[in-house]
Ligand binder design. Structure first.
Ligand SMILES: [Zn+2]
Length: 380
């Protein structure tokens, strides 16, 4: 044992004693213990704040600019309402009927609530890197960047004794292998078109394997959201991880394809998938009343008759996102207005904070948690 080690240990013991002393001396200052034991970060790729807060865009409910194949009449019947609050709820019934009632949602620019990315690119890999590692990285300037050099909050939490082996990533997009740097992090991932049940034992599992093998793919690297939802929901039969990432991709793909009707249908289905996951977890004792959902997107998009399809520095406004939170430790403050800007980079430390961990001890450059959502006593 080196001298240096001895003195460090002694200093550590002293610090620990001091902490114990301070905690005992000032019980009133100790924040109330959080109820959250599980955190799920759910991301639907490229969902604009405009649709989240104002519902279907009337300028795009047509063939000319929205590229729709559905009839305008049936699309309007499903998603158009004169009243903006009714309209957004028609598109996202769980988000507006439950999450925004029992939790909080940031990013309605019409109310001066700004949620945005701090990376300079406003596309997927830079965005997922920012939310998962807690800081933007200028080097990551392409979705084909390759394995992420940065540690992310899932990887870090998975090294802690009480969370080791309690993490799982479900995502439609194959690139999450790189974003989570699976070779280094060894996180369990269910991603892309990988056969969902390699050792299928039931007709249901075999059927889904067959569909993965035979369905015509819109994107070779991105499986359909509905195909991910089945193994996601099934997974709780055999495992109960405390930290989950769920990534859906269709909302972005249909926009790039110029199909606003399918953007709306997939956004609506995303809302249903989140509701199904919430209800599934509330039925399980390990999750009931102790699970927090953070729901967001990786980037915004442009606006107007053409730019809604794309996103990035060329499409003005692509940096604008939205962030919603629901769980036992989040005060039900609903749709936020007049709150200081929140950033995508804050998501990593927020996840850790819900689990009582300080991510910034491990990654000092990470942004601070969104304090307003962590702890029922938070009022602003
Ligand atoms: Zn995209």
């Amino acid at each position: 044992m080196s001298q240096r080690f001895v003195s460090r240990t002694a200093a550590g013991m002293l610090a620990a004693l001091l902490l114990v002393f301070l905690a005992a001396a000032a019980p009133a200052q100790t924040p109330a213990a959080l109820k959250t034991r599980n955190v799920v970060l759910i991301v639907s790729d490229g969902v604009r704040w405009q649709e989240v807060f104002t519902g279907a865009d009337p300028a795009l409910l047509n063939e000319k600019d929205g590229g729709i194949w559905d009839s305008e009449e049936s699309l309007k019947k499903a998603y158009w309402r004169e009243d903006v609050k009714e309209r957004r709820k028609a598109l996202f019934p769980f988000l507006w009927g439950t999450v925004a009632v029992q939790g909080q949602i940031f990013g309605n620019q019409a109310l001066g609530s700004i949620a945005r990315v701090t990376n300079p690119y406003a596309f997927s890999y830079p965005g997922y890197n920012e939310m998962l590692t807690g800081h933007p990285d200028k080097r990551i300037d392409s979705n084909e960047f390759g394995p992420n050099p940065n540690i992310n909050v899932y990887e870090w939490l998975n090294t802690l004794p009480d969370l080791k082996g309690q993490v799982h990533v479900f995502a439609t997009w194959d690139t999450f292998r790189d974003i989570f740097n699976v070779k280094r992090s060894h996180l369990p991932l269910t991603v892309g078109w990988d056969t969902p049940y390699p050792g299928a034992t039931t007709p249901r599992e075999q059927l889904l394997n067959d569909l993965y093998a035979t369905t015509t793919r819109l994107e070779d690297e991105d499986v359909y959201d509905a195909f991910l939802q089945v193994p996601l929901i099934d997974s709780f039969r055999s495992s109960r991880p405390r930290l989950l990432f769920v990534g859906y991709g269709e909302t972005d793909n249909w926009a790039h394809a110029g199909r606003y009707d399918l953007v709306l249908h997939s956004a609506h289905m995303f809302d249903r998938f989140v509701e199904q996951l919430w209800n599934t977890l509330q039925q399980l004792p390990e999750y009931r009343g102790s699970t927090t959902f953070i729901i967001t997107t990786d980037h915004g998009r442009g606006s107007g008759p053409v730019e809604w399809k794309e996103h990035g520095v060329e499409q003005k406004g692509s940096e604008n996102i939205w962030i919603a939170v629901i769980g036992p430790d989040t005060a039900p403050l609903g749709e936020r207005a007049g709150h200081p800007e929140v950033h995508q980079a804050q998501i990593a430390a927020t996840i850790a904070a819900f689990l009582g961990k300080d991510y910034r001890k491990a990654v000092p450059e990470a942004a601070a948690p969104i304090a307003a959502v962590v702890g029922r006593q938070a009022t602003q």
